[in-house]
Write a protein that binds this ligand. Structure first.
Ligand SMILES: [Zn+2]
Length: 254
């Protein structure tokens, strides 16, 4: 493992443009339940409807009532989100960003933990659960900045419909964040993939494109994934342990 960490650190230092992509595995280490797999919310409560966005648009008032008074899996998720704190994996990525090594972090997580840890160049491809977004003009607001007296709430800027920034099933990825993710992935010659098997599109397309043009994928996962065969190296273990060890080696080399 030490030799693998050293080699991965050297690849990262040698790269021109390093980005990270993270997913649920990183959140699980902060106590946030996953959706799928053993102990997953959907495993326990059943898969949610795949047309969540369509249902939101059909009855936004009802969707907001459910959102403000969650039951079942959503209640469990919101309680976990309220308690969760960033772990050493989140903080290691911030160290790499502060050192000028990591240019952007693309995350599939909606839990705000990268932001809490201090990530600045952060692209939340599936949105952020603490933010509210206008369906029309894509403006985002802090959850507490919105008045919920009349549902559904309306955009203070354009009077458009507001929904959670979290991307629902069937909802297009907001164009601003999708564009920024594509630009970061296009420039990257090295991607650290941590806590995700990257199977959900469009996020899954970024590491594949980087590998296709000969860039380095450095995977940090506790188990082999579908991405493993494409990776220059796989550092097997929890992101909260591997990323700090990797960051320390990268910083020592510079
Ligand atoms: Zn608006």
């Amino acid at each position: 493992m030490d030799a693998d960490l050293d080699l991965a650190a050297r690849r990262i230092v040698a790269a021109r443009y390093v980005v990270a992509m993270t997913g649920a595995g990183l959140s699980v280490e902060s106590g946030i339940p996953p959706f799928r797999g053993p102990g997953g919310l959907w495993t326990k409560y059943g898969e949610p409807p795949m047309n969540g966005y369509e249902r939101f648009l059909a009855d936004p008032k009802k969707a907001w009532e459910d959102r403000l008074n969650p039951q079942g899996p959503m209640r469990e998720l919101w309680e976990a989100l309220a308690r969760a704190e960033p772990n050493p994996g989140h903080r290691a990525l911030v160290q790499l960003e502060d050192a000028g090594v990591l240019r952007a972090t693309i995350t599939q997580n909606v839990d705000n933990l990268h932001r809490l840890a201090g990530s600045r160049s952060l692209l939340e491809i599936h949105g952020n659960a603490t933010l509210i977004r206008c369906v029309t003009c894509v403006a985002r607001y802090e959850r507490d900045a919105i008045d919920y007296a009349i549902l559904p709430p309306r955009c203070p800027r354009c009077d458009g419909l507001l929904k959670s920034d979290t991307v629902s099933f069937g909802e297009p990825i907001p164009p601003d964040v999708l564009e920024a993710c594509s630009m970061a992935a296009d420039r990257a010659d090295c991607m650290i993939v941590a806590g995700t098997s990257a199977t959900v599109y469009p996020a899954a397309g970024f590491p594949i494109a980087i590998a296709d043009r000969g860039g380095d994928l450095i995977e940090v996962n506790p188990y082999p994934s579908d991405l493993t065969p494409l990776c220059r190296m796989t550092l097997m273990g929890p992101a909260g342990e591997v990323l700090p060890a990797l960051a320390a080696r990268v910083l020592a080399l510079r």
